[in-house]
Write a protein that binds this ligand. Structure first.
Ligand SMILES: [Zn+2]
Length: 1098
């Protein structure tokens, strides 16, 4: 460029001195961008012509970069030349924006930015520069020397143009901070009159310590609207960041945040051994006293932390969660002065939230509300111990149960009745009115509650209450507190309520520190064990340990027999004496029940864990417990600009991913659709395209029905999410390094092209271009099929038959449920427990699916599905489904996830759908590492390929290249047997944990790898040659094996294994169309029927 001789074709003799030119001199351009920049902004812009060729071949790009690299950087440096500085107000020092910066002799002014800053590019020289602001005296700095290089700094300080006595108008902006706004002055601030009184008395009592200063009482007494409350919470969270953590557990129907303020010495996390407590207020929107009291309590705890002993101790030893309003929508329409009305009681969909929780005795038919769902999910994520739900309209503490089987008003006792009575009294006795037991004489004369407490059902029967749900479904004990007879009192009454309840509110929190607490740990390495059941003799209510093994069991003073029991461990029982007003620490150390003490131990060395394996173990544990996944999800934000992408764009996204993340992605075509669209499979792995056999492999598939494309978009986003966070987020990086992830976003691209956005029920695009519903086309054999399989089906079948998958997740639409095999009608499913468990992991990590309200008004789907999980055939039984094929022929469990009622919802909903499914999709990447895995070898260390691992005497998986196997199993104890021909069978009991990655086991066979002295391969090859030989050989092997074996059932497993080997062989090499006699003779279950038929297909 600098030669000034571009020598471009068509303008060979064009020259520019130094390679630059004035625009208009070259040619006139009206409406150019550079002139607009200069004339209308502060920005100086030039236009660069980089090359003669406008669109050079890609191979030239590198050369262009080399030519321009230095120039691009040098040009950026020029932004620093000239003069720069700030324009400020003389008195307050405030920045002055929009001040004009004028340079004498240059008719081009700049203006300052919002911080009063300016940058005036100038070439070296001497300048006079003036700043002009209306209302201020202009200031000129003369003889400003501009040198080469970095800009000189000159600041302008502007004095207002004085107009007598007006100086007070300019600077009176501050001093707001000390007067705390419109708060109502109240009885007790830190006023001296309250502290003076006891001083004389103190002189006579032990004089050593000066009396502790009285705690500071709240000052902000007023009714807080949502906006006001939100600002209040934000104010306290910014003022007391070390003890306060503000978060939201979800949104109300109208989109208000359900805020929670956590107050503790380490407020953002669960600390091992520190109990979690909560207060929830304003569940009924027009019962507002709780809401205001809780805001008062926040103020009280914050302001007295560090100075008041009681508050400091409580905050340091407890995590206190305060939700001032569970029904912010209802509150907004409530009316001040409402004594016993209903306006605002319900949420915005007009449902009573305290009748909206699942009930142990009755079915709640009202749809579960967003506020209810948010609270239920919140309780799942934090190990709460004790809670109170604050209401109004009476004056009493109400404890479980709230109802009984018959639905009548009589005492309904919970197993922890005594504990509930005690914690209820702890509140009522501190409230000077409540404990009298005569709540509202004007409203309900004659009503009496002894000690100001009552059993819920005895008072009146409530179905679907929150307190009962807490107690029945979580570790948390909750009571319901009625704070006063008036639901929505006048603001001036609020200080009175604080005065009546402040001691009670603190006293109740302290009850979280009563009973028995401790840690349950593994005797082997001392790590805490989660989900251990803690039971107390004679109290039929168990609680479980939190994720680091800590637990709390509220109990009244006395002596108890306490037992800790967990899967895979020996139970331990001990006695504990709970002191009066205190807590007894009881720690348990549990020993594993393991193979060395039970059954036949595995031969050979157990593998030693390398650091990377250990790291994976701890990652899987972290992500499986508590808020691990939740935190991963919230710490990884991704793009929110969702839109639907048709086939062309989909291919573009996939290619874009491989171009931008070449080290962890590879893209391949599985085949083409009827209309010749490619069915793509994207692999994400640290070594894409390489077979890392020891790693589990997971498949995500979407779009088998083209009219339900949400899954496609979710998987594209999921792929982008994984790639973008690789190397950035350690958990994602590790998961990608340790997993082989294969994503098939669109199985039916032809159907997808026909589908129409916003069609929630239309079947247009459901099938492929031949009108075939592909999910009815997966048959493993020719005889069951009327016509040839579709090209899309064939593509997927080939992928499934790679047989190396541990888990598959298919995404579909039209309901909100996760289904597990089979789609075909079968009597029983062998490993139903495991399949159901896998589906429930997805559903449980989805904010709504696990609630089981799959009811979609548009298609009459059933609702009330337990855990949001069902066997596929129960939903819609059909033959030839992809997941059945995956089970029977791919030996891989597949679940189908229905992401929502609407097949093709509007694009605006995609962001929400992604938010709902992100955690669940990630949970599958975690889940695929669990179960049981290992490697099978012979004595010489040679891996045995094709050995069968029989799970619980039924389901089989096969060792792959390298002798590896990996099978997912529901948590619990399982039997596995390893069977390979010519070897002694191996058997072991394994314990599968819900939160631990599979431990690698090594199975070593110790017998000679030969059959009749012939190499096994030879036997197999000759068997394949003829059907007769096959049968004969199999019989021979069977006889030999049976003879060699001590156990009866071994022969059976051996036989099955041979059969499978031979079938593989046949499938690959022979064209036989007859049914295999062998398979026919020895088939045992429906599953094997299809499998053998398949063997003859090709
Ligand atoms: Zn209420």
């Amino acid at each position: 460029m600098k030669t000034g001789q571009p020598n471009c074709p068509g303008a060979k003799d064009e020259t520019f001195k130094d390679g630059i030119t004035n625009g208009a001199q070259w040619y006139d351009v009206p409406g150019g961008m550079q002139d607009y920049n200069y004339l209308h902004g502060n920005c100086l812009e030039i236009t660069m012509e980089l090359s003669c060729c406008k669109y050079p071949p890609a191979s030239e790009l590198h050369k262009e970069w080399d030519l321009n690299r230095e120039s691009l950087l040098a040009y950026i440096e020029k932004v620093h030349i000239g003069v720069r500085g700030y324009v400020k107000e003389a008195i307050s020092g405030a920045a002055l924006a929009n001040a004009s910066i004028m340079v004498a002799g240059i008719r081009h002014n700049l203006t300052t930015g919002t911080h009063g800053e300016y940058y005036r590019l100038l070439v070296p020289g001497t300048y006079n520069i003036t700043a002009v602001v209306p209302g201020y005296k202009s200031v000129t700095i003369n003889s400003v020397q501009v040198l080469e290089g970095k800009a000189v700094e000159h600041n302008f300080t502007m004095s207002p143009v004085v107009s007598e006595g007006a100086d007070s108008t300019t600077v009176r902006t501050e001093s707001m901070t000390s007067t705390s706004g419109p708060s109502i002055p109240t009885t007790t601030t830190n006023s001296p009159n309250s502290t003076v009184v006891p001083s004389e008395e103190n002189k006579s009592s032990p004089p050593i310590l000066p009396p502790e200063p009285q705690p500071i009482q709240p000052q902000e007494f007023r009714h807080h609207t949502y906006v006001d409350m939100e600002l209040f919470l934000r104010k306290y969270s910014s003022e007391f960041p070390s003890i306060v953590h503000l978060y939201s557990v979800g949104r109300s129907v109208d989109g208000h945040e359900l805020y929670v303020m956590a107050i503790s010495d380490n407020p953002a996390v669960h600390e091992h051994g520190e109990p979690e407590f909560k207060y929830i207020g304003n569940m009924h929107g027009n019962e507002v006293v709780g809401r205001e009291l809780l805001l008062n309590l926040i103020e009280y705890l914050c302001r007295n932390y560090g100075t008041d002993t009681e508050v400091t101790k409580l905050v340091n030893s407890t995590r206190i969660h305060i939700m001032p309003s569970m029904n912010p929508d209802g509150y907004e329409i409530g009316t001040e002065g409402d004594v016993k009305g209903y306006k605002g009681r319900n949420n915005s969909n007009n449902f009573d939230l305290n009748r909206n929780f699942p009930d142990q005795f009755a079915t709640i038919t009202d749809p579960r509300q967003p506020e209810t769902i948010a609270v239920m999910n919140w309780l799942k994520s934090i190990p709460f111990v004790l809670s109170a739900n604050l209401h109004g309209g009476s004056l009493v503490v109400n404890y479980p149960y709230d109802d009984d089987k018959k639905g009548i008003s009589q005492y309904s006792q919970s197993p922890d009745d005594q504990v509930f009575q005690r914690v209820s009294r702890a509140y009522s006795q501190e409230n000077p009115l409540m404990h009298n037991g005569h709540p509202c004489e004007d409203l309900y004369p004659g009503e009496y509650f002894e000690d100001g407490i009552t059993n819920g059902a005895q008072w009146y029967n409530v179905r679907g209450s929150m307190q009962d749900w807490n107690y029945v479904n979580t570790n948390c004990f909750e009571v319901t507190i009625e704070l006063g007879c008036v639901k929505y009192p006048m603001a001036k009454e609020l200080p009175k309520y604080w005065e009546q309840n402040r001691r009670a509110l603190l006293q109740f929190i302290k009850q979280v520190h009563t009973g028995v607490k401790g840690t349950v740990s593994d005797s082997r390495d001392g790590t805490g064990i989660p989900n251990v059941t803690i039971s107390v003799d004679e109290i039929d209510h168990n609680i479980t340990t939190a994720h680091t093994g800590d637990y709390w069991r509220l109990l009244n003073p006395g002596t108890y027999s306490v037992t800790a029991s967990a899967h895979g461990y020996k139970s331990v029982k001990t006695y504990a004496t709970v002191p009066k007003d205190g807590v007894e620490v009881v720690d348990f150390r549990l020993t594993r029940v393991h193979s060395d003490s039970n059954g036949q131990p595995l031969k050979g060395p157990q593998p030693t864990q390398n650091p990377s394996e250990k790291e994976l173990q701890s990652l899987i544990k972290d992500l499986s417990l508590g808020q691990g996944l939740e935190q991963l999800v919230s710490s990884t934000d991704t793009e929110n600009n969702f839109r639907y992408r048709g086939y062309k764009e989909l291919a573009g996204v996939l290619r874009g991913l491989t171009l931008n993340f070449p080290k962890i992605t590879s893209l391949r075509s599985l085949g083409q659709s009827v209309e010749f669209r490619t069915i793509w499979a994207l692999e994400i792995s640290n070594k894409p395209g390489e077979a890392e056999l020891s790693e589990p492999k997971i498949r995500f598939v979407a779009g088998i029905h083209g009219n339900a494309p949400v899954g496609t978009e979710l998987l594209l986003e999921f792929a982008a999410f994984l790639c973008i966070n690789y190397g950035k987020n350690p958990a994602i990086t590790k998961l990608i390094n340790e997993t082989r992830i294969v994503i098939v976003p669109s199985v039916n691209p032809d159907g997808r092209e026909l589908a129409v956005e916003k069609e929630c029920t239309s079947t247009q695009g459901l099938s492929n271009a031949h009108g075939k519903d592909l999910d009815t086309d997966f048959f493993g054999n020719a005889s069951q099929r009327v016509v040839e399989s579709q090209p899309e089906t064939r593509a997927m079948m080939d992928l499934i038959l790679e047989k190396s998958y541990t888990l598959s997740v298919a995404l579909d639409g039209g309901s909100l449920v996760a289904t597990y095999p089979y789609d075909k009608p079968v009597q029983s499913v062998e490993n139903e427990g495991t399949l159901k468990y896998l589906a429930s992991v997805y559903a449980n990590n989805h904010p709504k699916m696990h609630l089981g309200d799959a009811g979609c008004s548009n298609n009459g789907q059933m609702s009330n599905i337990p855990d949001g999980v069902m066997r596929a055939a129960e939903r819609q039984s059909h033959m030839g489904s992809m997941k059945d094929f995956s089970m029977d022929f791919g030996h891989c469990p597949e679940i189908t996830v229905y992401t929502g009622c609407c097949f093709f919802p509007p694009a605006e909903q995609l962001a929400t759908l992604w938010a709902e499914n992100k955690k669940a999709l990630l949970s599958m990447l975690v889940e695929v590492h669990k179960g049981v895995r290992g490697v099978v070898r012979d004595k010489s260390g040679k891996p045995i390929v094709g050995a069968i691992i029989v799970l619980n005497g039924g389901v089989r998986v096969f060792t792959t290249e390298g002798g590896y196997f990996h099978a997912l199993l529901a948590p619990g104890n399982h039997n596995i047997e390893a069977v390979a021909d010519g070897y002694q069978q191996q058997r072991q009991e394994v314990v599968v944990s819900s939160y631990e990655a599979a431990n690698s086991i090594i199975i070593v066979f110790d017998m000679d790898n030969s059959i009749f002295g012939l190499p096994r391969e030879f036997v197999v090859a000759s068997a394949a040659a003829s059907m007769t030989a096959l049968v004969v050989t199999a019989c021979i092997i069977w006889c030999v094996c049976a003879a060699k074996s001590n156990r009866q059932k071994d022969g059976f497993h051996r036989l099955r294994q041979h059969r499978d080997d031979y079938e593989d062989e046949i499938r690959l090499t022979s064209m036989g169309s007859k049914k295999s006699l062998l398979a026919h003779e020895f088939q045992d279950e429906s599953e094997s029927d299809e499998e053998t038929l398949y063997a003859n297909k090709i």
